[in-house]
Design a protein around this ligand. Sequence first.
Ligand code: BGP
Length: 486
Amino acid sequence: MYHQQLDDFPENFLWGAASAAYQIEGAYQEDGKGISIWDTYAHTPGNTYQGTTGDVAIDHYHHLEEDVALMAKMGLKAYRFSVAWSRIIPDGEGTVNEAGLDFYRRLIHELRKNKIEPVLTLYHWDLPQALQDKYAGWESRQTIVAFKKYCEVLFKAFKDDVKYWVTFNEQNVFTSMGYRWGTHPPKLKNIKKMYEANHIINLANAEAINLFHELVPKGLIGPSFGYGPVYPLTGDPQDVLASVNADDFNNNWWLDVYCRGEYPYFMLKQLQKAKIAPNITEADRKLLKSAKPDFLGINYYHGGTVQTNRLEKQAETANQKDFSATDPYLMQPEADQAQSPEIPMFNSVSSPYLAKTEWGWEIDPIGFRIALRQVYEKYRLPIFVTENGLGAMDKLEDGQIHDSYRIKYLQEHLLAMKEAITDGVEMIGYCAWSFTDLLSWLNGYRKRYGFVYIDRDDNGERTQQRIPKDSFKWYQKIIAENGKQI
Ligand code: BGP
């Protein structure tokens, strides 16, 4: 589809930027905050880049007013942030810590005062450590009870001041990293547990949405999903089939549950055969069906390219060997087959068409348009882009940061989004990742994403001075013109 002229962005389009509590706040033990699994994980040697932690982060906890003033200066229409559960309920399920609520009250108040729409994420990965210790975290249904209580506290406290709410940030990412690859807490490599925990989080998501609709009837809520379109490496039907598999495996497994209230049929069947499917009761099915998100949050960084899986090919030549008869854990992938070790459905490969960032992430603005189209066509929910951005090693030169590469990246993605809108995708807003530089979970402080540079690095906190980059001015203009000229 080629458009000679692109549609305008909707009038009240929410031009925003995003962050997450652990990555910015610091003050990890202040005002009664409890310890989260990320505090523990980052304090354990060898888990993060050069042992970097969010203990101080960019000290947003003590720079709140200054940071919101910069957002106002930029003209931001929305700011997405997450609440640290362990600030609100330090042990995850017991007494509410008023001082923790006060911090977010102040933040929301500042945002409202400056006409910036708050977008509140309930869970951006920092589970209270006490729940991990007591219940093994998301492996237990007890954590759903605790999560509901935490949500209720926030819904009641902020129902009049916050309209947009996000339940879980990138459930696909934190369950895979935590239980498949062992690179996030709880640092396990146990596929069976991953699917079980993931199911429990789906139930928690559904409970939160239903409770929200009861308590905050005027608000809007949805999950934020890390979505990437899947491309077959070639037009060989084998590769195309692999891409269909990968789409089920990477995307539909989560999105169908969120938006249709049921697991995708083929994928579930595969997992059942391999004896790693979660335990789903009738009551679970009913609950999942009953919860309907009001919008879908999409975090977009890149998609993925796949080809047919060698193990699958071998299986075919061996006369359709039945994988259910094999221990899924024996099917350990070779390096390039790492995506679906439990069922050999596809291999992930590098795209020959796309350039990469300094961290090897493919840069694919057309994929952004494809993503928005695919998701909207399938689920017909308004889309809120809750993250998109470029991580790079910015250099401070004479007190300035000339991040033309970031401007180019964002410009191309905004254009793709405008094309998707012209195609017909219904969109609420766009939050760039991120407003200020912040801690990258595993890559330290040198992987910078912000419009605002923070004078701190992996070795120390330095002055924590805030310095707007060239991209700050550029985005300021985009917002002022409502994206008229990108
Ligand atoms: C998303 C997370 C964010 C952020 C971003 C960039 O998956 O939701 O919290 O970290 O990715 O990732 P990274 O910091 O690894 O570059």
